[in-house]
Design a protein around this ligand. Structure first.
Ligand SMILES: CCCCCCC/C=C/C(=O)SCCNC(=O)CCNC(=O)[C@H](O)C(C)(C)COP(=O)(O)OP(=O)(O)OC[C@H]1O[C@@H](n2cnc3c(N)ncnc32)[C@H](O)[C@@H]1OP(=O)(O)O
Length: 243
């Protein structure tokens, strides 16, 4: 599955909806056993959640958006398919969450690429379920530092901390993802799926038990003047960077 939402594969409501529909089709088609998620935008896996869906929007829109973000996470995280991330570009925040929700992550060895939950750099906070997935992946102490400091790990550090499973030359990302897929598909589906569910369900359940409260919490938080101001400053910074 090649994500194509130029210029930066930001996860807009429209794009999230498209991804959800595609994933549902694949999940329900029993001829598919696995998917490789990668990007069609050069140098960018995904710039994460679309800031324009959270900036200057009314509460109803923010609630609709957040529900779709939750939905995408639950669908990828709990998918019965083998999900491999072929991460061929930078992958901050929501892009990192998407990567962390895969069963295995292969990152291209390019010093321009980085991956991490950088929310604090925007003046916002990674929700508890983003945090849970990071803690599950890299451990409590490493997650504590990474989250507070908004680390975006370049490839060698990403491998060292375990936020990705493999770093390979850029031209080998897709072939490596395919070899990894073959290895995972050698396991009987029912055994692998039940085991995946056993490991992941408690984390997903934490959100499933309080989805509405999580949406309300998001809307309250994102609507605060101070948070809207932080988003404004960050968006301006992105514009100014262009010169
Ligand atoms: C209790 C709950 C609390 C709230 C929880 C919220 C959780 C949030 C999760 C997130 O995912 S927030 C988003 C985090 N993402 C980022 O920090 C990445 C920001 N973008 C970049 O750093 C760069 O754009 C890039 C990805 C490194 C690419 O750089 P490049 O130089 O190639 O392109 P740009 O000129 O910077 O960007 C082109 C164009 O795209 C716009 N844009 C970039 N990122 C986003 C985004 N995430 N959302 C919306 N739009 C984005 C950027 O502003 C440019 O727009 P134009 O100026 O061309 O209009």
């Amino acid at each position: 599955m090649k994500m194509r939402n130029p210029p930066v594969n930001s996860l807009s409501l429209e794009f999230l909806t498209e991804l959800l529909i595609s994933l549902e089709k694949l999940e329900n088609d029993k001829t598919f056993r696995g998917i490789i998620i990668t990007s069609d935008c050069p140098g960018i896996f995904s710039a994460g959640l679309d800031l324009l869906e959270m900036y200057g929007r009314d509460p109803a829109h923010c609630a609709e958006y957040w529900k779709a973000v939750q939905e995408l996470w639950l669908r990828v995280y709990l998918s019965n398919l083998v999900v491999i991330g072929a991460i061929n570009g930078i992958s901050p925040a929501g892009g990192c969450l998407l990567s962390l929700s895969c069963d295995y992550r292969v990152l291209a060895n390019n010093p321009k690429y980085a991956i991490g939950l950088n929310e604090t750099l925007l003046g916002i906070i990674a929700p508890f379920w983003f945090k849970d997935v990071l803690v599950n992946t890299i451990g409590h102490r490493a997650a504590e530092r990474a989250l507070q400091l908004g680390f975006l790990f370049p490839p060698s550090d990403a491998l060292q901390v375990g936020i990705v499973d493999q770093v390979v030359p850029e031209d080998q990302v897709q072939s490596t993802a395919r070899s990894v897929m073959a290895q995972w598909l050698a396991i009987p589906d029912h055994a692998r799926q039940l085991t995946k569910n056993l490991v992941r369900k408690p984390t997903a359940d934490r959100l499933l038990q309080q989805r509405d409260a999580d949406i309300q919490n998001f809307v309250r938080f994102i609507s605060r003047d101070s948070i809207q101001k932080s988003l404004h400053v960050y968006l301006e910074k992105l514009k100014q960077k262009k010169g």
